[in-house]
Design a protein around this ligand. Structure first.
Ligand code: GCU
Length: 429
């Protein structure tokens, strides 16, 4: 089955991008090239990083800058303001929870204008039974609109859902309600004492090459202007959006009964790449979870197993910064690799999840990022990856402040994954 899926992904990419020859994807471990990883604890000038102070003041900023320049791009939305309001509050699920719906409006200057970009932000908390304590929250973006995360008929339908393969605008439909509820296990989340907040990623920026004209970035690139090669692109925009969601939670923390110091990021696949980047740039997030994030997420680029840098840049030219494309045919020249992205989250707890049949995302490469980030967690005198050295059997959660599992099955985020994430976050919050 896994090979069939791999073949489908491969054929699909061939058909789409026949124009540029990209090497056929490899799913054979014995064909992984030999490579040398950059050492997260060695500065670009060769000095060894031997203290938390040196990491925090020198190496971390250096690495962050390298990732900005060569992979995800620099922040471009710093001058965008946000106005947030809670437009609805109601008890839900027979009194077991509370639903809050917020609207975030983004604008330049003093006041928003009529057509400025808007994002609907949906939050559920368990009913208010947490003593004096505010709830911790999982924050993540969704793929198909807030109304798809639960069958709750009161979730406001998105204005527009974007077809990501052709950029077409479609109306959100009632019959899609709850379609993705398997990926958003509200009952399980509540049972572990967590709130959850989500927004449609297409509200921040639709996910196709050209989506820049329709999301928040239309406020800064006017009249067909295009980003510089080191400007942030779609992933950077979505990651910025997660930070804005946390701003709104912080502003309304008393009304929402949520503790913004206990905010956990979660994301699946391209949104798992996004959660890692958001967690790296924004230290307010206390826990970071990425699920099946693969290439440009937690998988090591130098392994060139499954999806490669060349292929991802061809298939999704709008995700990473322009400079990332320089490495399409020479991934070893990249000044960073993805274990260093995980390390940028240190000493905050980070959890990486893979799925056994998701070879496209390279489970072994995802595991190795966790493994090679460990020395940075050790520098902080934490127990990092907890001495794990080998890929664990399926469905076994391992590690410590760096957590990892490889769920049996395909590319997805399901209850098993959520339970591990919740238990992991509980341990640290
Ligand atoms: C494609 C893409 C991956 C991505 C995934 C997803 O498979 O190649 O990089 O993670 O879509 O977001 O579902």
């Amino acid at each position: 089955m896994k090979h069939v899926l791999f073949l489908i992904c491969t054929l699909f990419s061939f058909v789409l991008f026949a124009a540029e020859t990209v090497a056929p994807p490899n799913d054979d471990e014995s064909k992984v090239p030999k490579f040398e990883l950059p050492d997260p604890l060695v500065m670009a000038d060769g000095r060894k990083v031997d203290s938390v102070k040196m990491w925090t003041e020198q190496r971390r900023p250096e690495l962050l800058k390298l990732f900005q320049e060569h992979v995800y791009g620099k922040p471009t939305l710093t001058e965008i303001n946000m106005k947030a309001e809670i437009f609805e509050t109601a008890p839900v699920f027979d009194g077991k929870g509370i639903r809050y719906q917020l609207q975030l409006v983004f604008f330049k200057g003093e006041q928003p204008l009529q057509n400025d970009p808007k994002v609907d932000f949906l939050i559920y908390t368990p009913a208010r039974k947490n003593g004096n304590k505010k709830f911790p929250i999982f924050l993540g973006l969704n793929f198909m609109g807030n109304h798809t995360i639960n069958a709750d008929p009161e979730i406001r339908l998105a204005q527009t859902i974007w077809n990501r393969s052709n950029g077409q605008q479609l109306p959100a439909k009632d019959e899609e309600r709850g379609k993705q509820s398997r990926r958003w296990q509200l009952e399980t989340i509540f049972a572990h004492g967590f709130a959850v907040g989500t927004a449609y990623y297409g509200d921040f920026e639709p996910d196709f090459n050209g989506g820049i004209k329709h999301g928040v970035r239309r406020l800064i690139y006017k009249n067909g202007e295009t980003p510089n090669p080191d400007d942030g692109n779609a992933i950077a925009t979505w990651a910025w959006g997660l930070g804005k969601m946390l701003d709104a939670v912080t502003e309304f923390q008393d009304k929402l009964n949520i503790d913004p110091k206990k905010a956990c990021l979660v994301g699946h696949s391209r949104l798992g790449k996004t959660s890692l980047w958001a967690g790296a740039i924004d230290e307010r997030f206390s826990v970071v979870v990425s699920n099946d994030s693969g290439c440009g997420g937690s998988a090591l680029s130098r392994r060139e197993f499954g999806e490669t840098v060349h292929r991802i840049n061809n298939s999704f030219p709008h995700w990473f910064c322009g400079n990332f494309k320089k490495y399409n045919r020479n991934v070893n020249a990249l000044p960073v690799d993805q274990h260093e992205l995980v390390a940028l989250i240190a000493p905050r707890p980070v959890y990486i999840a893979s799925a056994s049949e998701d070879l496209w995302a390279d489970p072994q490469g995802e595991f190795l990022s966790a493994f090679y980030a460990d020395p940075v967690y050790r520098l902080f005198e934490t127990d990092g990856f907890g001495g794990v050295t080998e890929m664990p059997p399926v469905n076994q959660s391992v590690g410590n402040r760096i957590g990892y599992h490889r769920r049996e099955g395909k590319h997805d985020i399901i209850e098993f994954d959520w339970i591990q994430f919740l238990k992991f976050a509980q341990k640290y919050l």
